[in-house]
Write a protein that binds this ligand. Sequence first.
Ligand SMILES: *Cc1c(COP(=O)(O)O)cnc(C)c1O
Length: 393
Amino acid sequence: MSIKSFHPPQRILMGPGPSDVSPRVLEAMSRPTLGHLDPVFVAMMDEMKTLLKYAFKTDNELTMPVSAPGSAGMETCFVNLVEPGDKVIVCQNGVFGGRMKENVERCGGTAVMVQDDWGRAVDPQKLEDALKAHPDAKIVAFVHAETSTGAQSDAKTLVEIAHKHGCLAIVDAVTSLGGTPLKVDEWKIDAIYSGTQKCLSSTPGLSPVSFSAAALDKVKNRKTKVQSWFMDLNLVMAYWGGSTKRAYHHTAPINALYGLHESLVILQEEGIENSWARHQRNHLALRAGLEAMGLSFVVPEADRLPQLNAISIPDGVDEAAVRSLLLSDYSLEIGAGLGAMAGKVWRIGLMGHASNPRNIRTCLAALDDVLGRMNAPIQRGVAVAAANKKLAG
Ligand SMILES: *Cc1c(COP(=O)(O)O)cnc(C)c1O
C-alpha cells in the first residue's frame, strides 16, 4: 500500500456551503477527545445549548445540535411532529421545499403543496388560501432562506398565518442562521433546524434544532411511536435534556461539537446583529461589483438573500468551464445551479467567515479575468473598484 495522508488544498469557499471555516474552529476540533459522558464534556454541552439559544434568539429548553447534517435536522422536525394521516401544508419555492414533501410522505402524512416561482419569496396569500381550503391541516412548513435560488421569505408573517389556522410551523433555517435576521421566539416558530457549514462557518455534519413548548407537547403526546429510533426526541433528550442525569443514547461527535462551540463563541463575540449587518454590507459590495461588470441577479431586490447571490450566466458562456477555471487558477469555489436552475445560474456564497472584503475582491477579480479570457460580454476592469467604493461606505 502506498496511500499517504490526505492533505487537501487551501480553497476559498464561496459556494452554497460549506463555507470557509475559521482557523479557530479547526484548532478547537484538534483538541483532545473526551468521553461523551465526561463531566467536563457535559458542562460544554450545557454551554452549547446556551450559545445556540443566543444564535436562534430563543429560550426554548429543547435547543441542541442533532449529530448529523442539516438534512437530519429536517428529518428530526418531520419525524417527530408528523404522525401518519396528518395533513401538512408545504410551501415550495426551490429545491429544499421539495425535500420537505418527501419527508411528510415518508412519515405517512399528506403534503399539500403551495407552489411559488423559484427565485421569489413564498407568497403569504397563497398560504392563507391553502389553509382556508384545508382546515384540517396540522402543520405548515417552509424554507426561510432558499439556498437553491437565493430568495428569502417572510418567516414572521408565514408563522402568524399558520398559527391563525391552528397549525404548528416548521422552518428550515439552514442557510439563514447567523446570516440574516431570525428571531425564533419573537416570531413564535415551533420547530426549526439549521446547519453548521453555512453562516456558522463550522464544519459540516451537525444540525442545530429548536422546539417550542407547543411542539414538544405534540411530540410527547403522539399516538404512534416516532418511526426513527435515532431521531426520536423522546429518547435523544435523555442525553441532551435539561436537568436530569445524562444517559447514553449515541456517541456524540465530540470534536465536531468543539468546532461548533468555537464558531458560536465567535458569533457571540461579534454579536449576532453585527453578523447580520456584516452579511448585508458585504452582499451590497459584491453586488456593486457584479452589476458594474454587467452581471445580473436572479432574485428581485426585495426578496434577495445577502449570503447567497444567484447570478444569471451571460449568453454564450460555458458556466462549468468558468467554475473549473476559478478552482484551478484561483482555488476559488462558487456554486452551480441546483434543480430547475442547473446550468442557468451561479451561486456565490458570502457566508459566515467567508463573508469578508478580501473574498469579495478576490472573487470579482477572478471572475473578471476568467470571463475576460472567455470573451464573455462583460465590462472589464471595473468590478473591484465598484466594490471598493461600496465598502468605503
Ligand atoms: C444545505 C441545506 C440543507 C441541507 O443541509 P445538509 O447539511 O447538506 O444536509 C437544507 N436546507 C437548506 C435551505 C440548505 O441550504
